[in-house]
Design a protein around this ligand. Structure first.
Ligand SMILES: CC(C)(COP(=O)(O)OP(=O)(O)OC[C@H]1O[C@@H](n2cnc3c(N)ncnc32)[C@H](O)[C@@H]1OP(=O)(O)O)[C@@H](O)C(=O)NCCC(=O)NCCS
Length: 221
């Protein structure tokens, strides 16, 4: 996942190989042809919640994004930390290229005008009406309910604007905050991918697969 995408181990936006990563290479792959590319991509207006504004990321967010995407503690269960501002800019450009190709929708989470996190739906498969939730938030803002607040807004966007039938999420099973967030958002744990991730401690860790169907989300209100 950003939490994201972590099981896919794609090429990095800067082209170097990644220990872990989230994304397939830039825009225009077979999925783009499948979706019709731009024509199927809903335009994204900023979404306002009680405390947050969710809007498309911009390259000039790189300084704020580097605070958490470059933080080894935040990235402990996620993609390899970005090392420089330039890498962060390339990463944001990559998110924008994927969005343009209809492969993801991603939001910068703003609190009082400051970007404190990213959350979005990647690995979008319109044919199957499913996508995967990913997120990370700067650690000084953890535990304030921003993840839950943003998550509710992103799920609503996914199940309405993107017309998804299913949203899933994968997280390292030991990532208590992430697991708790998914449970709070109404996801069901569907399975375990045993010892699927080699972590920095040199051990293989289980990943947990979570899923949420549109019908469940609608019923939960
Ligand atoms: C996962 C993450 C986005 C959660 O964001 P957050 O803003 O801290 O989440 P919230 O404040 O909304 O908290 C969600 C729940 O976790 C609970 N929580 C807080 N600290 C916790 C902890 N140490 N262990 C377990 N649950 C915890 C909160 O109380 C809340 O539960 P509630 O809804 O029952 O009150 C954030 O911790 C993060 O960015 N982590 C690093 C990146 C990452 O791991 N991404 C996922 C990779 S798979």
């Amino acid at each position: 996942m950003t939490g994201d995408e972590r099981l896919e181990r794609p090429a990095r936006p800067d082209g170097r190989s990644a220990r872990r990563g989230g994304v397939r290479g830039p825009a225009g792959g077979p999925e783009a042809a499948l979706t019709g590319g731009w024509s199927r991509v809903p335009s994204v207006q900023p979404i306002r919640t009680d405390r947050l504004v969710l809007r498309e990321p911009r390259v000039d967010d790189a300084g704020a994004v580097f605070v958490f995407r470059g933080d080894p503690q935040v990235q402990r269960y996620n993609d390899e930390p970005l090392r420089t501002l330039q890498e962060t800019e390339a990463f944001i450009e990559y998110l924008l290229a994927e969005a343009a190709a209809g492969l993801r929708r991603h939001f910068a989470l703003e609190v009082g005008g400051t970007v404190v996190g990213l959350m979005g739906l990647h690995s979008w498969q319109p044919r199957h009406r499913r996508a995967e939730l990913g997120y990370d938030i700067a650690k000084e803002h953890w535990g304030r309910g921003y993840g839950t607040e943003a998550g509710r807004a992103v799920l609503a966007f996914g199940f309405t604007a993107m017309r998804l039938h299913r949203i899933h999420a994968r997280t390292i099973a030991d990532n208590d905050r992430s697991v708790h967030l998914l449970q709070s958002l109404g996801f069901t744990r569907e399975g375990t991918l045993r010892e699927s991730s080699l972590e920095d401690d040199g051990r293989f860790h289980d990943s947990a697969l979570f899923g949420l169907l549109r019908s469940e989300w609608a019923t939960a209100g």
